[in-house]
Ligand binder design. Structure first.
Ligand SMILES: Cc1cc2nc3c(=O)[nH]c(=O)nc-3n(C[C@H](O)[C@H](O)[C@H](O)COP(=O)(O)OP(=O)(O)OC[C@H]3O[C@@H](n4cnc5c(N)ncnc54)[C@H](O)[C@@H]3O)c2cc1C
Length: 322
């Protein structure tokens, strides 16, 4: 196969960023006549494989091995390494999730192959793939070419591709054996990252209510939380809110926080600085409420309300609850 997409489970469902990675692989494959395989491993390997067989890819490789459950970086890295050695793909692609950050550098080191992380787009020039990454807090794009024509590992930034564009099809499945000894697994992992007890990883949230400095004081944070709860969404923030200690750093969206791409992002009292926008511009719909009609956030908002969040938010929550 030419492209191997490494899949991730999110509580038994296919992680949204794995779907996005499949879309990236499908567009590359369609433009360049390449074949795609997908690798499903870990506790939910069969379940995830059964979802992915309905997409337009060639085959799904399934690795069932007790040492891959629960997730551990050593086991996953060794599994991807062995599958890559067996299948010899030219590109190995994956979503840039927390789990990817945890174990994919190990895959790169074990294979001695380059890893280009957090890619936002790519194209083919002559015979080489050119990958674009953002640099200087999203102000510039940097084009990177791999120096290894045999195999390169790539991770895609959240929202680099829209999972709505995934192409359906019918893939075959194949069981793949790897050789893994208990001695290969030297680390144990804690429970997957959660924003807070009972919360979710913001990068896979569908609806986000995000507060900025315009919320004015810590005592007003519950007001935004109530709106998020009423909408069944997650609470996020800009950096000043985290710097002030009003919310933990896991809530921060932006160049030094999380990259998110929900269906709806509601920005409350956020000015729209580039360092914030770079983390949320992949949102499918953006509603901004800001008392300054000239705030830059309105340039990227689909809907804008010029007004005081402290007046609007409680009324909005009341209407939604009703
Ligand atoms: C290296 C670096 C990394 C950074 N990383 C990040 C990052 O990851 N994430 C991030 O967010 N920032 C980051 N920043 C900071 C960034 O530059 C901005 O300072 C920050 O995003 C501004 O946050 P804000 O919009 O909440 O606050 P402000 O820019 O102060 O904007 C507040 C907005 O609220 C509005 N407002 C005020 N009161 C009300 C009200 N009552 N009702 C309605 N609107 C109101 C104002 O009109 C204003 O537009 C970074 C900066 C640097 C230098």
């Amino acid at each position: 196969m030419d492209i191997l997409v490494v899949l991730e489970s999110s509580n038994g469902s296919l992680h949204r960023m794995s779907r996005e990675a499949i879309v990236g692989a499908q567009s590359l494959a369609a433009e360049n006549g390449l074949s795609i395989g997908a690798l499903s491993m870990g506790a939910d390997a069969e379940q995830i494989a059964s979802i992915v067989t309905s997409y337009n890819i060639d085959e799904v490789l399934v690795v069932n091995n007790d040492l891959l459950s629960p997730y551990n970086a050593d086991g996953f890295a060794e599994c991807v390494k062995q599958v890559v050695e067996q299948e010899s793909p030219t590109l190995v692609v994956i979503g840039h999730t927390y789990q990817t950050r945890d174990y994919f550098p190990k895959v790169s080191a074990r294979l001695d192959k380059p890893f280009i992380p957090d890619v936002i787009s790519m194209n083919k020039e002559n015979d080489s793939f050119v990958f674009t990454k953002t640099v200087f807090n999203g102000k510039l794009g940097s084009e990177v070419v791999s120096n290894d024509s045999a195999c390169t590992l790539i991770s895609f930034q959240a929202a680099a591709f829209s999972d709505e564009n995934i192409m359906s099809g019918s893939a075959t499945t194949r069981q793949v054996d790897i050789s893994l000894e208990p001695g290969n697994v030297k680390s144990t992992s804690e429970a997957p990252f959660q924003e807070e007890a009972g919360g979710v990883d913001l990068s896979s949230a569908d609806l986000i209510v995000s507060v900025g400095r315009g919320i004015e004081k810590e005592d007003n944070i519950p007001m935004a939380k109530e709106l998020a709860n009423a909408l069944n969404g997650e609470l996020a923030s800009s950096r000043p809110v985290v710097d002030a200690g009003w919310l933990p750093s896991s809530h921060q969206v932006g160049s030094s926080g999380q990259s998110v791409s929900p269906n709806l992002y509601i920005a409350l009292g956020i000015s729209g600085a580039i360092q914030h926008v770079v983390g949320m511009k992949g949102s499918k719909n953006i509603i901004a409420i800001n008392k300054d009609a000239d705030a830059p956030i309105f340039e990227i908002a689909d809907y804008g309300v010029v007004g005081n969040v402290l007046d609007i938010v409680p009324k909005l929550t009341e209407v939604i609850k009703g």
